[in-house]
Design a protein. Structure first.
Length: 425
């Protein structure tokens, strides 16, 4: 996908090993010509500034800056050019990234308040310098090495297609097969040559005609107990599209596809693994859409399952009837409605303390990142202009409408979402 200041302009998909560009309506703009520093399609001739360093600053779906790992990160090891000690990069299931020598020298990689890469160890912060071949911070100058086949002309590591998620889960890239369409056996072989095979474990399609794309998942996080409605936005879905969340297929009765095949509503399944055994309170899982002809769309960080820390309940609703045209003002009373960002209690007392990890829900705002509790303080300051920012994110109703003297509503992702049936208020 190609964005301009947060606005989606183009999307890309592969058809018969050829890259095609599509506009936001899914219209095919033709094939894409990729040069070392250029991208050409239709009337566009774009200059590309490539950064495929193993660590960089990227953006997530909400355009919040984050630490970005290159797609080859699990295929390299690091060696200190002075001590010859070996280090590796590893990513926790909750997305946290570390560099470690496997002993006492471990650093957490994150962004500082200026969104620069830093390595954190024992509350000390070290600036990181990354080149095409080295990572440097503190007193470490680490050179990248790989035991896998490397194509010097394309500068790609091509000998490793498997990413180890955990001892019970692998993620791999399916190569282009010459044996034709049909069911294929899937075999996993450990380094000691012990292996296991699942007969007819994968069905391989050749040259699917559709090219579905998942551009957005909303909401993209929720409880491990499942049951919430999630919408997949994109294009080129079909009326029989199947949806898989972390490898689990969602029942067809819990999948609803709109008429122009650009949205899929799903009822999220429960997460089947025990996160406490994985030593985490949250985990990103992929979402895959599979069309009838074999066309697939994959979003690697599709949904963030979290162990819920709240148990909301509704005791009463004032004004419990209304017109199908909407506009009624409804008061909901209950228990444990939350107005702060979810956090994991890691230090200090039972409430939030500086040092506890949290989910930065309003990271798209241009304000200093900190844990936000809108019940106690809903104001912040714009980093660039110093203007006051209302973290509740007030919005006016369509057309400037007013409902019972209310002329605006709050749209902050920190506030609870309210649904009437399957419609979000």
């Amino acid at each position: 996908m190609l964005y301009d200041d947060g606005i989606l302009l183009y999307q890309f998909a592969v058809d018969s090993n050829v890259i095609h560009a599509y506009d936001i309506n899914g219209t095919d703009l033709g094939t894409v010509t990729v040069g070392l520093t250029s991208l050409t399609f239709g009337s566009e001739n774009l200059t590309v500034n490539m950064n495929n360093q193993v660590l960089s600053v990227g953006r997530d779906d909400d355009f919040t800056e984050e630490v970005r790992l290159a797609d080859y990160w699990y295929s390299v090891v690091l060696q200190d050019v002075v001590t010859s000690d070996y280090y590796n990069i590893y990513k926790e299931l909750d997305g946290d990234i570390y560099v470690s020598n496997g002993s006492l020298d471990t650093y957490k990689i994150q962004l500082n308040s200026s969104n620069n890469l830093v390595a954190i160890q024992d509350s000390n912060e070290y600036a990181i310098t990354v080149t095409d071949t080295n990572i440097s911070f503190d007193d470490n100058n680490l050179k990248m090495l790989t035991p896998y086949i490397y194509n010097a002309s394309t500068r790609e590591i091509i000998g490793n297609r498997v990413e180890v998620i955990s001892s019970s889960q692998l993620r791999f890239t399916v190569p282009q097969l010459t044996s034709g369409q049909g069911y294929k056996d899937v075999t996993i072989m450990n380094p000691d040559t012990k292996e296991a095979t699942l007969s007819n474990g994968f069905y391989y399609y050749t040259n699917p005609s559709s090219n579905p794309v998942i551009s957005l998942v909303d909401p993209n996080f929720g409880s491990i107990s499942g049951g919430s409605q999630v919408t997949l936005y994109g294009f080129d879905f079909d009326e029989t599209s199947r949806v898989f969340v972390d490898g689990t297929e969602i029942s067809s009765g819990d999948v609803n596809i709109n008429l122009d095949y650009t949205e899929i509503d799903i009822i999220l399944p429960a997460y089947t693994k025990d996160l406490t055994e994985l030593n985490t309170t949250q985990i990103w899982v992929p979402i895959v859409v599979l069309n009838q002809d074999g066309g697939t769309a994959n979003k690697e960080k599709g949904f963030l399952y979290v162990i819920p820390s709240s148990a909301p309940s509704i005791s009463s609703i004032t004004t419990n009837t209304g017109s199908t045209t909407g506009g009624a003002v409804v008061a909901i009373e209950g228990y444990d409605f939350r107005y702060f960002e979810p956090y994991t209690n890691e230090v200090g007392g039972p409430g939030y303390d500086v040092g506890d990890s949290y989910v930065n829900l309003n990271g798209s705002l241009n304000v200093l990142e900190e844990w936000d509790d809108l019940e106690n303080d809903y104001t912040s300051t714009d980093i660039d202009t110093a203007a006051s920012v209302d973290l509740r994110e007030p919005k006016t109703f369509d057309g400037g409408a007013t409902y019972s003297f209310y002329s605006e509503y709050y749209d902050s992702p920190i506030l609870p979402d309210i649904y009437f049936g399957t419609e979000k208020s």
